[in-house]
Design a protein around this ligand. Sequence first.
Ligand code: SAH
Length: 227
Amino acid sequence: MSNLHKKRRQLVEYLIREGVLKSENVIKAFLKVPREEFVLPEYRNSAYEDHPLPIPKGQTISAPHMCAMMCELLAIEEGCNILEIGTGSGYHAALCAEITSPTDSPTSGYVISVEYFPELAEYAKNNLARAGYDDRVHVLVCDGSSGVPTFRKFDRILVTAAAPCIPSYLLELLNAPGRLVIPVGSTFYQVLTLVEKDREGNVRESKMGGCIFVPLLGKYGYRENTY
Ligand code: SAH
């Protein structure tokens, strides 16, 4: 087993011990997706440390425990169609793809991930291709604070940047039943918020604890260079 492979296993064991990773399908995805392909080359050896790392355009790849918490809250099932706002490195999108459409079974669900910076969308596309997820993750460039260029609805939605509030269009894009996870708050501190939509379309919001993400930019986010 290679050194990085061993470190990946150790990180997964740590996240299980800490009670963050719980579900078999999420654990399987964490064991499968190579985080080293999503970090900058100079951070390859730190890929399995449990903290965020810098990526281009002053953004970050989230800490593994945060990706794990969000995947667990989303309760992704095989075949779910997923929307991510904030592609960044593409790592979290690859995890979602591995859960909804596992590498070892016929492709079913898909992930659409949108990114504000074209340079990062390119970065993520390259990472996803190297890791083998470019067939299941579609990366688009747009301002995900105000809308996405699709008429499809999604079973699961994740926002991986700090939002001042829940963009109302996202609630409309969410299927019934469906789940949305989003960090809501200021640019310094947010509350990870779970929105559950039931079969009848009733929406329930739960606060799942504090977190810190980079700001959501764009029309209904925070203005670039003002935070
Ligand atoms: N999910 C990422 C990490 C996200 S960091 C990963 O796995 O690596 C937050 C990302 O959201 C950054 O890449 C940032 O550029 C992007 N972002 C910020 N505002 C956005 C917006 N309005 N629309 C789409 N993406 C946005």
